[in-house]
Design a protein around this ligand. Sequence first.
Ligand code: HEM
Ligand code: HEM
Length: 175
Amino acid sequence: MPIPSQQERFSRPAILLHWAIFLLVALAYLAIEMRGPKGSDSRAFWTATHFWAGCSVLILSLARVAWRSYKSPPAPVTAPPILQFLSTASHLLLYIFIIAQPILGILTVNLAGHPINLAGLGSFTVVGPDHDLGKSVKDIHETLGNVFYWVIGLHALAALWHHFVKRDNTLRRII
Ligand code: HEM
Ligand code: HEM
């Protein structure tokens, strides 16, 4: 496997942001899995962790999109047009997800009439309560959360397939 040249690699900030966002999204999912029964201390701790991780994903994702518009990514590794299309489409969906999902989460909490409490930073509210709209937004947040387990899983599998089966530089240029 050839080592990618500097022009073939993602820039350092893009690489750091990719993996930081990955870890925070994984933490947001883990927190939801760990939270335990309503009213328990465990639920309060893991819910706060979910909010923290999710809000951090939003901030880093905005930074990532801003960085990407300033510093273009390397040209894609050569692939048949259909794979090229699937890769671009899945990357676009992932960008939409890491920005829309935290916003939907924040709206879910605010529309239910609660501020977002970020331990150590205080709390904030972006919209007032609206319980009917809140229920729909919560449903969308939960559905997207469940669908993207699969999208993220396929994205990771595609990266491993490139690395171990096709033996090209796709994974190496982002690490
Ligand atoms: C990338 C970031 C995020 C991901 C991947 C994510 C994912 C999820 C998932 C998978 C669920 C559970 C769905 C189910 O029960 O089937 C959930 C629930 C929830 N999330 Fe998020 N979320 C994110 C960000 C946020 C943020 C930033 C907030 C608010 C600050 C938030 C608030 C909530 C709330 C209130 C629930 C419902 C919890 C309950 O059932 O009581 N999420 N989220
Ligand atoms: C929450 C999890 C993840 C998200 C949201 C995510 C998102 C993204 C996005 C949006 C891109 C496109 C970068 C650009 O063109 O600007 C990308 C590229 C990439 N990701 Fe991820 N990723 C995640 C996890 C992973 C994991 C676990 C792996 C490896 C196992 C991985 C491997 C890659 C590779 C190899 C590329 C470069 C593809 C190319 O060169 O065209 N990602 N990722």
